[in-house]
Design a protein around this ligand. Structure first.
Ligand code: GDP
Length: 295
């Protein structure tokens, strides 16, 4: 995960970690390398620039030049700043409803269906939760099949209605079904497209307005970097979602989406997907991620 970024940041600190006199030039060079590493990770130019400016100010404020271990101090400053940029504290999801309704949004292929299954499984394992999965993709029969396969695999019921082509009606019927069968969490999987388009946005917005979910999660493929950030912005403008799910982190060597998405949409990353298996789900902890990135 984010191996390229970790390697480049490690190299950036190389000079400061060596012995001998540290000069302002060394610090400036390190900051330049950090900025370059962030840009290579597909972090937006403005965010990378602000990041290094903040680190620079803090480094000056803490007299990095005269400190005993300037390398370690810089690593700490970068780690703290990365944590802050990725959201500070971990944020959970709202499960206060009865049932709690969780709406999934995102493009096709982002990992929505897989994540819906992972989340259902994660909640089911908490014992106090009995989830229901609802299939609201009325365009691709294969998507309904896929959710049923996932449901069977984890032992969670899936509500679908292949004769109905109104996703709002299916979502509502799913929630009623949950109430009558004692399910206390409803996870609604929706249709995505390959790119943002008006019809998809209108549809997801209609579902959102009709069911008023406790949680609206935006699912996005981490490997798509700045595209992920732009897509997040488009969905957030329409849905004002509650949190982001970053999938496929296991294949992401760069990390740009994880680093910049929070500061662009001002919504926390709540979960990450780290593999295709149902168990490959984790709560996102900004500080742990920063620790991992900086080794
Ligand atoms: P949807 O179209 O948004 O519902 O996306 P899917 O759930 O069908 O996922 C698309 C592909 O990504 C599938 O092949 C999944 O197995 C794969 N996938 C989903 N999440 C992850 C993940 O966290 N890691 C990896 N490596 N693959 C994932």
């Amino acid at each position: 995960m984010f191996d390229n970024l970790s390697e480049k940041l490690d190299k950036a600190f190389h000079v400061l970690k060596g012995h001998g006199q540290i000069t302002e030039i060394n610090v400036a060079e390190t900051l330049k390398e950090i900025r370059r590493a962030l840009l290579d990770a597909d972090v937006n130019f403005k965010i990378a620039k602000e990041f290094t400016n903040t680190v620079k100010e803090k480094a000056l404020g803490q007299n990095v030049l005269t400190s005993l271990q300037p390398g370690q101090l810089m690593v700490k400053l970068v780690k703290d700043e990365l944590t802050e940029l990725m959201g500070g504290e971990a944020e959970g999801i709202d499960l206060s409803g009865d049932p709690s309704v969780i709406l999934m949004s995102g493009l096709q292929g982002s990992g929505k269906t897989t994540f819906s299954g992972k989340l259902a499984n994660y909640l089911k394992n908490k014992k106090t939760k009995k989830p229901l999965l609802v299939a609201c993709d009325v365009y691709r029969p294969a998507a309904i099949d896929q959710l049923h396969i996932v449901g069977d695999q984890i032992g969670v019921e899936v509500y679908s209605d292949r004769d109905n082509n109104d996703p709002v009606a299916i979502a509502k019927a799913g929630i009623s079904h949950a109430k009558s069968t004692g399910c206390n969490v409803v996870i609604i999987d929706t249709a995505g497209r390959l790119a943002v388009d008006e019809q998809m946005m209108t549809e997801i917005s209609n579902i959102h307005k009709a069911i008023e979910p406790q949680e609206t999660l935006f699912v996005v493929d981490s490997m798509t970097g700045q595209d992920a950030v732009n897509t997040a912005k488009a969905f957030n403008d329409v849905l004002n979602f509650d949190g982001v799910v970053l999938t496929k982190l296991d294949g992401d060597t760069r990390g740009g989406a994880a680093i910049s998405i929070k500061s662009v949409v001002d919504k926390p990353i709540k979960f990450i997907g780290t593999g295709e298996k149902m168990e490959a789900i984790d709560v996102f902890h900004p500080s742990r991620m920063a620790d991992r990135i900086l080794g």
